[in-house]
Design a protein around this ligand. Structure first.
Ligand code: NAP
Length: 250
């Protein structure tokens, strides 16, 4: 992993139960940050947090559905209380897919994906931004997708949510820049997690052929970019979106 010193900093990572979010939480912890790990599956989240702590980190589990206003409000209050009112880094990573062609997409499939992937980052950002403004410091990192940049057949809901995350990132970056709070977005390509484990093997081979580096990425590939955006040294970088996709959409 790239070397960044985050000792004394507190981070919140949504969707830290597994996959990319767990990779991000481990990386922030290894860099010295205390990490509040958010997810909905209590058993799996607790296993992930135990693994971080067993490696010498300082992580705590918080159960919260990021699409629910009342839950986000309650969990953010609890985290701020537990972390002495100081949250330096917020990573909005939790996300879901409900893929199908637009002509047969149900209202629920549309609403559910927009709620977790777009409303979630809005609710979480709103919940922590006052604490960051007070300290005149913050790093907000929103996980989008290359699907939000170029679209993807069968993902009208997901692609719209991830494009929304980019617009949200750019606007909030403008609102918070004068408080030393940066807001950036990462658009992963195909990364090996539960989300891509369900893909048809034929599609996997087809996709790998379209990735110039010839492989799917790992959660560490995304975590390295998060470390950069989370670092105090990236203070002049805000409102950006970086595709981490093995060169796929170049
Ligand atoms: P994943 O393996 O399916 O994990 C999703 C994570 O989100 C889990 O930790 C899950 O925790 C959490 N989550 C889901 N719904 C939630 C909710 N309502 N409230 C709180 N947490 C919730 O997915 P991933 O591949 O790691 O993806 C992570 C992020 O990267 C997502 O935003 C995804 O869209 C994006 N991304 C992934 C890829 C890829 O190829 N994998 C590509 C581009 C973008 P629980 O199980 O505890 O709910």
């Amino acid at each position: 992993m790239i070397q960044v010193d985050l000792k004394g900093q507190n981070a919140v990572v949504t969707g830290a139960t597994r996959g990319i979010g767990f990779g991000i939480a481990k990386a922030l912890s290894a860099a010295g940050a205390a990490v509040a790990c958010i997810g909905t599956n209590a058993e799996k989240l607790s296993k992930s947090v135990d693994e971080i702590n067993a490696a010498g980190g300082s992580a705590k589990a918080y159960i919260c559905d990021v699409s629910k206003s009342d839950q986000v409000e309650a969990v953010s209050k609890q985290i701020l209380e537990d972390f002495g009112g100081k949250v330096d880094i917020l990573v909005n990573n939790a996300g879901i897919t409900k893929d199908t062609l637009v002509r047969v997409m149900t209202d629920e499939q549309w609403d559910d994906v927009i709620a977790v992937n777009l409303r979630g980052p809005f609710l979480m950002t709103r919940a922590f931004v006052s604490a960051m403004r007070k300290k005149k410091y913050g790093r907000i990192i929103n996980i989008s997708s290359i699907s939000g940049l170029i679209g993807n057949r069968g993902q009208a809901n997901y692609s719209a949510s991830k494009a929304g995350v980019i617009g949200f990132t750019r606007t909030v970056s403008k609102e918070l820049a004068n408080r030393n709070i940066t807001v950036n977005s990462i658009a992963p390509g195909f990364i090996e997690t539960d989300m891509t484990a369900v893909l048809d093997p034929v599609i996997v081979t087809e996709m790998k052929n379209r990735i110039p580096v010839g492989r799917f990425g790992s959660p560490d590939d995304i975590a390295n970019a998060v470390l950069y955006f989370a670092s105090p040294d990236s203070s002049f970088v805000t409102g950006q979106v970086i595709a981490i996709d093995g060169g796929m959409i170049m």
